[in-house]
Design a protein around this ligand. Structure first.
Ligand code: SF4
Ligand code: SF4
Length: 328
């Protein structure tokens, strides 16, 4: 276990699915040298297949007894999608824009599809995903070479590329499928939480560039920090699929702001919510009930009294205040 743990909170009520975070990460870290198909940050539509395809069904993580579960390594073509480019150079000669391969799958292939029937009860929301820099990482436990480690000063999970032999057990062991095989160098690679930026007091690129101001970054033991308050004080930020047993350190404020359903005549069904609570429970556990209650109560309090520390934090008036990265 590391001495301190850096964590991220994402407020799903505010994510607009613009993919700015994805582009910020990709242009910084994964647009070359065998990493083209990787998305260390991606934003998927829920419900949907996600990235890689059906990642929640690919195993890994730990059972209730703490034993590592078997998992599979996704296939680049079928599960991630072969990255493609476009014929930009030919456009000046009158050619139409077209991809240079015949793509059959890729990240966000099912973007914005959602589920239900329009206009009565259809819904979707976005879930941005990065490596969770878990306290009990499945990737680390699965590696027979001890090539994966957690940094003491911030709990960032990294791959020691000198030790990695490209066995890919880590990919099977990660239930979030957030570690990838680089075929060019035969090694595993993953989100590094932009640690070179963090060491300079800057937030990860995905958080810095987030136009929705949904991402808070800070240490979990910093009681004055917004991350601490959202996770521990108000308990409205919850880990994704904590049942996988890896103790993730990325937390989500669940979507409370879904519109109501309509009846057959197109009238609003008062008190209804398009996002089924069972789906939120599947993602965030039973704690989601209390988190939703707290969020709604604080919103009402803010409306009536004009005051709520929690609502002030979530509104995020100042982008710079969303990040507290001072390291000892
Ligand atoms: Fe490892 Fe996956 Fe956890 Fe990241 S999310 S630390 S890759 S187990
Ligand atoms: Fe969502 Fe922010 Fe990413 Fe846009 S940049 S998709 S708002 S997390």
């Amino acid at each position: 276990m590391s001495k301190r743990q850096l964590a991220m909170v994402m407020d799903l009520n505010k994510c607009i699915g613009c993919q700015t975070c994805t582009v910020a990460c990709k242009t910084q870290w994964t647009n070359r040298n065998g990493r083209e198909y990787m998305y260390w940050n991606n934003v998927e539509t829920y419900p949907g297949t996600g990235y890689p395809k059906n990642w929640m069904e690919l195993g890994g993580g730990f059972d209730a007894a703490g034993d590592l579960q078997a998992g599979v390594v996704p296939n680049i073509e079928a599960d991630y999608g072969v990255p493609w480019d476009y014929n930009h150079d030919e456009l000046q000669f009158g050619e139409q824009l077209k991809p240079n391969v015949d793509p059959t799958w890729g990240p966000n292939w099912d973007e914005d599809e959602g589920t239900g029937n329009f206009p009565s009860d259809n819904y979707f929301f976005y879930i941005p995903r990065i490596c969770n820099h878990c306290t009990n990482p499945g990737c680390l436990s699965a590696c027979p070479r001890d090539a994966i480690f957690k940094r003491d000063q911030d709990g960032v999970v990294l791959v020691d590329l000198d030790r990695c032999q490209g066995y890919r057990y880590c990919i099977a062991g990660c239930p979030y499928k957030k570690i990838y095989f680089n075929p060019k160098i035969s090694k595993s690679e993953k989100c590094i939480l932009c640690f070179p930026r963090v060491e300079k007091g800057l937030p990860p690129a995905c958080a810095q560039q987030c136009v929705g101001r949904i991402r808070f970054v800070g240490f979990l033991d910093d009681e004055e920090g917004q991350v601490y308050k959202l996770v521990h004080k108000y308990k409205v930020a919850l880990p994704l699929r904590s049942d996988y047993g890896t103790q993730p350190n990325v937390y989500y404020v669940p979507p409370t702001e879904a519109p109501p359903k309509f009846d057959a005549e197109g009238r609003v069904i008062e008190g209804s919510n398009r996002v089924p609570i069972e789906e939120l429970e599947k993602l965030f556990g039973k704690e989601v009930h209390q988190a939703m209650k707290t969020l709604r109560e604080e919103k009402e309090k803010r409306k009536k009294t004009g005051e709520s520390e929690l609502m002030d934090i979530l509104i995020a008036y100042q982008h710079s205040e969303m990040f507290r990265l001072d390291q000892d």
